[in-house]
Design a protein around this ligand. Structure first.
Ligand SMILES: Nc1nc2c(c(=O)[nH]1)N[C@H]1C(S)=C(S)[C@@H](COP(=O)(O)O)O[C@H]1N2
Ligand SMILES: [Mo]
Length: 161
């Protein structure tokens, strides 16, 4: 495996690190023991090399890393992402007030707002759970009064801070 990240991101991104532990313990083998890279804001295939054995300074012109050789982008900044986890698709539930809920993510920037809509209704702003920090998934719930029927739920409007 080779993984290539911009030198700039490794030096300038807050919390970019070579990690040797997690939660006060040595890094678990499946997460990269003895040492791995972490650069918040970039997807794993361009930033998070596990079981690290070496670091080489080069350029994107001179070297294509493993997934770039397989036509993935050279640089992969994390996009704003959000999803509905509950209710699950095709699930039946009693009519009434029910939480629609899920998670949203915008590493290094943090989530500023999540909007959801039911069928063709207005976009409704969800509540946001406390942010642990800007790099972690943020939970969001939205309580909605469902009358009997079937519904299409849509999330499409998460934005970062
Ligand atoms: N050596 C090595 N490092 C790797 C990978 C890999 O296949 N081999 N996968 C990368 C990808 S795509 C991701 S998303 C993260 C996943 O890290 P995790 O298993 O700790 O969640 O590891 C990255 N580092
Ligand atoms: Mo990944």
């Amino acid at each position: 495996m080779t993984i290539g990240a911009p030198t700039r991101s490794a030096l300038e991104v807050e919390d970019a690190m070579l990690a040797i532990g997690m939660n006060g313990e040595p890094l678990p083998v499946e997460h990269g023991f003895p040492v791995r890279m972490i650069i918040p804001g970039l997807y794993g295939y361009v930033s998070a090399c596990k079981w690290l054995v070496g670091i080489e300074a080069t350029t994107f012109d001179a070297f294509d890393a493993y997934w770039v050789q397989r036509d993935w982008a050279q640089e992969g900044p994390i996009k704003v992402a959000s999803r509905i986890d509950t209710p699950a698709p095709l699930r039946r539930f009693p009519a009434g007030r029910l939480p629609i809920a899920g998670v949203a993510w915008a590493q290094t920037r943090g989530i500023g707002r999540v909007e959801v809509r039911v069928d063709d209704g207005d976009w409704l702003e969800a509540d946001l759970a406390p942010a642990v920090d800007a790099d972690l998934w943020r939970q969001w719930p939205l309580r909605y009064d469902f009358s009997p029927g079937s519904y299409q739920l849509q999330i499409g409007r998460a934005s970062c801070r």
